[in-house]
Write a protein that binds this ligand. Sequence first.
Ligand code: NAD
Length: 419
Amino acid sequence: MTSPATTRDPFLIAVEQFDKAVKYLDISPWTAEVMRHPHRELTVYFPVEMEDGRLEVFTGYRVHHSTILGPTKGGIRYHPAVNLNEVRALAMWMTWKCAVAGLPYGGAKGGVIVDPKQLSLRELERLTRRYATEISVLMSPLGDIPAPDVNTNPQVMAWIMDTYSMHRGYSVLGVVTGKPIEVGGSLGRFDATGRGVMFTARESLQKLGMKPSQTTAVVQGFGNVGSVSALLLHELGCKIIGVSDVSGGFYNPDGLNPNELLKHWRIHSVLAGYPKAEKITNAELLELKCDLLVPAAMENQLTADNAGRVNARLIVEGANGPTTPEADEVFRQRDILVVPDVLANAGGVIVSYFEWVQGLQSFFWDEQEINRRLERLMVTNFERVWAVAQAKQVDMRTAAYILAIERVARAAELRGLYP
Ligand code: NAD
């Protein structure tokens, strides 16, 4: 893992990335200044009754970065390292992600400082229901629609939907996405982020003149995004030679079978103990010689410290914010193509948008329809960003930001300044 010395404040990184792109745009300095700030932020401290009868006070956040293009959208993270600047960065990245994807949403994010693995199921449910109640002053189907992120899942989304619905007196499907299918979730949503990563990797490989069947891939993180990315890249024909989770890295130069890894994970809840691989550290995993590297865990994984030793031709960001600006610069000099988070992991929010539309209309689509629409959007957006990168001779992250900022700025200027 990266040392704390190289772990940078994600919000400062988000603003630095914004400033790098805004130089290419002809937008008013005032519009840019507004976009550098979150729109609104909520911090909540709330008690939860623990199994032994004690009350524990938890801290949670919900940040809206922009409401220019529509209601805000963004996941909820449960993690001991959650902090306000991380949530701000994640909210800002959601604004650009939604704008690149052409969705009628602004960016938001939420989080609670907690290690959910230390909680019983009932404690997790009570924490979720209370947090949902606390943020319901900001959350609503037409105002702010949360979704899963690190350590939250469809069950957590079901509790949020139920809590909000209990307060209203009727079922409100559109208040949250990433729900189980049985309570208004969308077919294809669980796999959507990883599927989008696979489409993006496929298109990028094609641009580089590489064939999936001759591609070796390494995936960091084996949660929702990492495991589905590994499975679908394997189906595409890539050889997965390394994967990792919090318990460390697993390497097999002859190829790992993600289906078997998933079976092991379902039994043990971690990859630790997987027998058909050599055990390595997460730091070693990121430096394995491979064609494609998919960071799909947390921020700040590829930094000034290790970027010079990364041994991949292509990096497709499944996680949000895995690469620091310093590492981006090293990759540019080393001719390693980086496909940024705001483009590569947008599959989740795209199918969340489909789920929201289906929920609002109470009219549900089949999975083929969803995957077909997802593929079309991912490929079109990839091509648009690629074209901007070529035209302006910038990296893919700056190109994606240019597209996104331009869309939000144009809408902001058309809406005008209130009052
Ligand atoms: P998750 O909780 O399902 O999985 C996270 C995985 O990362 C787990 O396997 C965990 O063990 C591993 N991990 C955590 N810390 C690690 C570390 N230090 N080193 C190696 N592995 C580590 O979370 P997720 O939903 O898959 O999210 C992963 C990333 O993708 C996050 O950056 C998230 O913001 C981003 N993302 C998620 C979605 C989504 O739809 N879930 C959409 C877009 C982006």
